[in-house]
Write a protein that binds this ligand. Structure first.
Ligand SMILES: Nc1ncnc2c1ncn2[C@@H]1O[C@H](COP(=O)(O)OP(=O)(O)O)[C@@H](O)[C@H]1O
Ligand SMILES: [Mg+2]
Length: 238
C-alpha cells in the first residue's frame, strides 16, 4: 500500500436500524495519517456511520480498510484487523476499576501500557478506583485508553468531548493529538474549536448523506457553510 492510499474508503454506505434506513448514501475516504473529522447536526447519521463501518448495524455498500473489503465481515474480525472504537457516551464498566477496564480491552500479547500510562497519568493514579466514580473527562480517558492499548491501524472516535468542562476538553484533545501521531483517527466532533485544532480533513453529513468534504480549516473558515450545514456560527467558536 502506498503512503497516499487512504486507510479507509467508504462507497455508497447505507445503514439501517430495525429496518429503518438511518444512513442513505455515504461516500468518503479517510487518509492514512492525521485526524479526519465527521461533522453534522444531531441525528444526521454520524454515529450510525461509525457503527455501520464496524458492522454493529446492518449495512450495504463498500467499505475498504487497508486495501481490503470489510463490509461483509462480522464486527470481531474487523476489530481484529486493527479498528479501534471509542463509542459515544464512553461506555466504561462503571463498577470495575480503571485497571480492570483497561485489562479487559487488551487483545494483544504486548499491550501498549507504557504509552497509555504516559498519556494519562491521571488514570495511573486512579487505577484502583471504580470507573463509575470518575469524572466524565476521566471516563473519556479510560475509553480512549482502551482503544490505544492495542496496535490499531485506525481509530473511530465518537464525540469524545461531549458534555465535558472546557479544561477537560483541552486535555482530551491533547491526548487525541498525541495519539494521532501513531494512528489515523476518524473523529465525530461537535466542538468546532476542537475540530479546528485537531482535524486535517472534514466530512460533513446531512440527512444520511455526505454534503461536503474538504480541508477542515476551509470548512470552518466558511461562515455561511458552517451555519447552513452545522447550524452554528463558526465565528462564535474562535
Ligand atoms: N436505536 C435506534 N433506533 C431507531 N432509530 C435510531 C436509533 N439510533 C439512531 N436512530 C436514528 O438514526 C438517525 C441517525 O442517528 P445517529 O447516527 O445517532 O445520528 P448522529 O450521531 O449524527 O447524531 C437519527 O434519525 C436517529 O433518530
Ligand atoms: Mg451521535
Amino acid at each position: 500500500m502506498s503512503a497516499k492510499e487512504p486507510i479507509l474508503s467508504i462507497g455508497g454506505l447505507r445503514c439501517s436500524i430495525a429496518g429503518q434506513q438511518v444512513v442513505e448514501d455515504v461516500t468518503f475516504d479517510v487518509p492514512a495519517t492525521g485526524i479526519t473529522a465527521v461533522l453534522g447536526r444531531n441525528g444526521v447519521g454520524k454515529t450510525s456511520t461509525l457503527r455501520g463501518i464496524l458492522g454493529l448495524i446492518a449495512r450495504r455498500g463498500e467499505v475498504i480498510f487497508a486495501g481490503e473489503r470489510i463490509d461483509a465481515l462480522p464486527t470481531h474480525r474487523i476489530v481484529r484487523r486493527g479498528v479501534g472504537y471509542v463509542p459515544e457516551d464512553r461506555e466504561v464498566f462503571a463498577r470495575l476499576t480503571v485497571a480492570e477496564n483497561l485489562a479487559l480491552a487488551e487483545r494483544q500479547r504486548k499491550p501498549r501500557r507504557d504509552f497509555v500510562d504516559a498519556l494519562f497519568p491521571d488514570l495511573v493514579a486512579r487505577r484502583d478506583q471504580a470507573a463509575g466514580t470518575l469524572s466524565g473527562g476521566q471516563q473519556q480517558m479510560v475509553s480512549v485508553a482502551r482503544a490505544l492499548l492495542n496496535d490499531n491501524r485506525l481509530l473511530l472516535v465518537d464525540e469524545p468531548t461531549k458534555g465535558l468542562a472546557p479544561k477537560i476538553v483541552t486535555e482530551v484533545a491533547d491526548a487525541l493529538a498525541e495519539a494521532s501521531k501513531t494512528v489515523p483517527i476518524l473523529l465525530v466532533e461537535q466542538n468546532l474549536e476542537v475540530v479546528r485544532r485537531l482535524a486535517d480533513e472534514a466530512v460533513v453529513i446531512g440527512g444520511g448523506r455526505v454534503v461536503h468534504t474538504g480541508k477542515a480549516a476551509d470548512i470552518l473558515a466558511d461562515d455561511d457553510l458552517t451555519r447552513r450545514l452545522l447550524g452554528v456560527h463558526a465565528e462564535a467558536h474562535r
